[in-house]
Write a protein that binds this ligand. Sequence first.
Ligand code: AHR
Length: 505
Amino acid sequence: MPNATAVINLDIEGPTISRHLYGHFAEHLGRCVYGGFWVGEDSPIPNEGGIRLDVVQALRALNIPNLRWPGGCFADEYHWKDGIGPHDQRPGMVNTHWGDVEENNHFGTHEFMALCELLGAEPYISGNVGSGTVQEMSEWVEYLTREGDSPMVRLRKANGRDEPWRVRFWGIGNETWGCGGNMRAEYSADLARQYATYCRDHGDNKLYRIASGASDDDYRWTETLMRQISCFGCEATPKNFFQGLSVHYYTMAGPWEAKGSATDFDTEDYYRTMVAARKIDTILAGHSTVMDIYDRGRTVGLVLDEWGTWWDVEPGTNPGFLFQQNSLRDALVAATHFDIFHQHAARLYMANIAQTVNVLQAMLLTDGDALVLTPTYHVFEMNKGHQDATSLAVHLRGDGIRRTVGDTELQTLSASASVKDGTLLISLSNLDAEEPAEVTLDLRGRSVGEPTARILTADRLQDHNTPGAPDAVSPRPFDDLKTTDRGLALTLPPHSFVTVRAPIR
Ligand code: AHR
């Protein structure tokens, strides 16, 4: 049986884990917004102003810190003025990216801001660069955040909202290298400077402007962006133009043309998935290194505002709706991503899972009035204590915690730790499909009190939750935890995720 030791120095504190690493994403795509978040006021499904209350209740338990909207690719064909005012007077449009279906614009700015208020989440608005104008984006910022009297303030008041909202996170385009305009990095960098200039801070509302960044390991894109926004020795430091730079990375078991099924996969597919998932470490390190060249003070945050698994759509569903099941494998992908995010906390400021409801690696799947919490949901819930906690480095050593997958080595034990308000939280994943792993938690520097633990696992990696079996994969108390003279010892079952909490004395 693999045998490992995780050394954690409880008295050597690392950077703070931004709570925004647990961010979310809602795009006008398939049934994420319509049918997911929003059912309309006349729906028999309990709602507040059209927003589904079961979805709100489930997400509130995750303390979701921010919600990105309206896309994704959709953001670059979205014109915000079509989504304000009385519903029956809002013009429709065609959602050309996702299913080629008609969008009635009933869920717009006011509905999104109401949703954020219900969730207790900060809004993250993704502005249209691909098919919009500087003026359109500038006016959206004014509409949302300005107080007093101005043309956009009067329009907002006419639509029933007197007070401005607080909006911090503002995306300047999305995937400008692809669906957001098929631009070159050089051109995209110029546009980012131009748009950022006119996205004003109104009053004391300070924007955190996020430029559209690279895909995967396209470090050249990041280098171009950082170089073109840098101005050594003059006032226009990167921080003045924008405060964050995005990157997107999705996990698949195969190539883009054959991503694989969400539930019909074998052990080899599983290991390939885990190798792809853990590649996020290399990707974050690569972009961070490039950013360090131009921004040694780390004033610009790296923002992974799309991540997660991307499988073939469920058979019989609209291919443009990106609806997929979510199994224990997805949960382990999320768990190991979070460990890696925590290790990159010094540069990584935000991450947004794609997407929150009914699309890609969702937290929640709805079917009419039924709602299912996915295995991924439970990882977010079990890990929420890491939000805004102080990271603690975990040094892993041991036998049998590596496995050869193709021409790569997969580390099958994944871990991270943090401390907040005197409570230690350790997350541990055994990514091995078949073997349990004995782990000693060698806790140094301070002593800990009585620990408690929870486990997320199932008989099969393919297991998932459905309306008929909503708790097939759900957390349970984990008692196999021994206190030793070194700290704690436990045996992680194959394909399992465990969180351990203990007071630090
Ligand atoms: O999340 C689905 C899509 O993936 C987004 O719209 C786009 O930004 C990315 O390519």
